[in-house]
Design a protein around this ligand. Sequence first.
Ligand code: SF4
Length: 375
Amino acid sequence: MRYVDEFRDPELIMKASEEIGRLSNPARHYRIMEVCGGHTHAIYRFGLKDILPENIELIHGPGCPVCVLPMGRIDDGLLIAKEPNMIFAAFGDMMRVPGASGSPLEHKARGADVRIVYSPADALELARKNPDKEVMFFAIGFETTAPSTALTLMSAMKQGIRNFSVFCNHVTIVPAIRAILDSPDMRLDGFIGPGHVSTVIGCRPYEWIAKAEGKPVVTSGFEPLDLLQSIIMLLKQLESGEAKVENQYKRVVPWEGNRAALKVMAEVFELRPYFEWRGLGFISQSALRIREKYATWDAERRYTVPETRVTDPKAAQCGEVLKGVLKPAQCKLFGKECTPEHPIGALMVSSEGSCAAYYNYEYRKSLVTSINAVA
Ligand code: SF4
């Protein structure tokens, strides 16, 4: 299959791994952050960590939009779900994410009308088919998914569908990277740049990281060879003392981004002055809100939103894991109180969460190995 099989070729993977071994300086310890949760999953799923030299440490970044959403936003959204005749629509990824008052699925069990949709357009269709109901779409995601929310709002306006609204939780990736770089407890050598977000924003927004911070960035695809090639590109820069932005994922990511997608986002959204991120606190201009022109479809204007502030359970170390300060298994609750079956934090349930990735691909493997050893 084109664009999959050739990027999983075992022979090429071993050659890339050997080249990484040749390029890396054994006297140096490299700390490379993969910003995107999709990369974290690929790294664990394909066992890439096992074929890298020990002095190359991959640090998981904050690129999982479900994980970085503070519990209070989930509670605020679920409060709206209690409005009369309300259908709460969200992606499946959100359904088991805990708020302080429970997850959307738990609210469904208590009687709320909670539905999984595969796109914001599906939520709009629900509203069109149920004119006697209100439908609120819980919008979440980086710039990757924001254009489809924007297009749906434009479509709601065009079709005059007024029993539809959006609770907007879209966030932007660059301010989060800036917050990580400003963090005093974080030392990084370079970044594997996000693949999905970059299909929309392109590579140019990362140039300051190379110019002002002196850290190389390589935007990467999600297959094993993509990631290994990105590490090779980063090592070449690091060893030659360079810092620039490179695009390994040229087959998908245009350097200048997707102008049409950026245009619809600019039509519908504006930057919030600040937004709270789990683990990173309040970051200025790091999230989107719906423009006045689309106020009719803005759930935050239509309903009472108390702006709930909830602190994570004391022992949960989601914030440190999101910042890359701790590895998932270093959280005190990992694999004990917090598992995919009984998640305490969103990182354990989201398809892009680093705790879920580590649990499903590394931890389960080690459990099987120890059970086999005992048997
Ligand atoms: S193991 Fe659970 S509580 Fe700990 S960081 Fe991961 S999601 Fe959060």
